[in-house]
Write a protein that binds this ligand. Structure first.
Ligand code: ACO
Length: 332
């Protein structure tokens, strides 16, 4: 609820994925991978890849335009813009500022949130809390990733897992009480940053010729180690957020999990004791789009009629940092 007593609701979602779809079979031959290896280990069948010249901000703008159109709003109606990305156009300025400019918005608050695959839920919490203050009318929360630009296309252990895309949510106020973004639980553990990181391009190592020769300017991931902790941490945080809102897993109508690996989602369903049918999964078509994965899945769940008015929706994500996050949303 806001200081004025209104709820903060997700009034629309818009998405964008690049035109070029790359199936597992179409991946470069030098990777020596197979459709069987990728699909059996991850559930991924294809991903969308943005061309040179189409950046995270461009995809964010297209997703935002779609969300604004669905909400019957103009860019001028937005007074807060938060972009979740780990593959920004530049190290600085923020991708949010680029989106603000490209959308022709007013000179409103615009900034990025960097929490890897948990970024969209982090951004949702930040924006909804700022709106609760009463100081903002409508916010745009966007997850936008050009993961293909940070991947090492010589490393088959990582490059086959990710895809590009963007999803945008318009947050607005509703006078209906007890609906919308009810609660978010954000967590982090920075003790093992190397589980998912980009060694060069920051202050530790410049992205100079030596770094490039070492391929240190690309994403590195210890997938096995992340897999081990992802399920437990997501299940624990989901249980915690439900408990502090007087709910149990039985009260959840639909779970929108981060789409990193279908086996992680299967294990999460098992551990939480939530029927697998309540989990929305579209990793088969998009792969892991990091910060864009939750809005891409939420949009499809809505389009397929999987979410109805009054439903309790659980958004749950896990990613580099490490970060993990859960949000409880009561759909209006
Ligand atoms: N094709 C064929 N073989 C491959 C491929 C490939 N694309 N990639 C790796 N292999 C080989 C390896 O070389 C290895 O071979 P070896 O046994 O001869 O050495 C073998 O397959 C096993 O490789 P592993 O990496 O051990 O495979 P694993 O079963 O652990 O699956 C995976 C890897 C899919 C990455 C899994 O660990 C996973 O999904 N982890 C979680 C990832 C995650 O959730 N990340 C966080 C979110 S992402 C974010 O925050 C941006």
């Amino acid at each position: 609820m806001t200081a004025s007593g209104a709820s903060i609701i997700i009034s629309s979602i818009g998405t964008y994925t690049p035109e070029r779809c790359v199936t597992n079979a179409q991946l470069p031959a030098h990777l020596e991978t197979t459709d069987e290896w990728i699909s059996s280990r991850t559930g991924i069948h294809q991903r969308y890849i943005a061309p040179d010249g189409q950046e995270a901000s461009d995809m964010a703008v297209l997703a935002a335009r779609s969300a604004l159109q669905k909400a019957h709003l103009q860019p001028a109606d937005i007074d807060l813009l938060v972009v979740a990305t780990m593959s920004p156009d530049y190290p600085f300025p923020s991708t949010a500022c680029l989106v603000q400019g490209k959308l022709g918005m007013r000179t409103v608050a615009a900034f990025d949130v960097h929490a890897a695959c948990s970024g969209f839920i982090y951004a949702l919490e930040v924006a909804s809390r700022m709106m609760q203050s009463g100081a903002y009318r409508n916010a745009l929360v966007i997850g936008a990733e050009k993961m293909s630009s940070v991947l090492d296309w010589e490393d088959r252990g990582t490059c086959v897992l990710f895809g590009d895309g963007a999803g945008a949510a318009v947050l607005s106020k509703s006078s209906t009480l007890g609906v919308g973004v009810i609660d978010c639980l954000l967590c982090s553990d920075g003790m093992r940053p190397e589980l998912l990181y980009c060694p060069a391009g920051g202050s530790v190592q410049r992205a100079d010729a030596e770094a490039i020769a070492q391929r240190a300017n690309f994403l590195k991931m210890n997938g096995k180690e992340i897999f081990k902790v992802a399920v437990r941490l997501m299940a624990d945080s989901a249980e915690q957020i439900l408990a502090r809102n007087g709910l149990t897993f039985a009260d959840v109508d639909c779970v929108i999990p981060h789409q990193a690996n279908v086996r992680i989602i299967d294990s999460l369903a098992k551990q939480a004791g939530i029927p697998r049918e309540k989990f929305f999964v579209n990793i088969d078509r998009y792969a892991n789009t990091s910060g864009a994965s939750i809005p891409l899945a939420l949009n499809e769940a809505l389009e397929q009629g999987r979410i109805k008015s009054g439903n309790n929706i659980l958004l749950v994500a896990f990613g580099g940092g490490l970060t993990w996050a859960t949000s409880l949303v009561k759909w209006l």
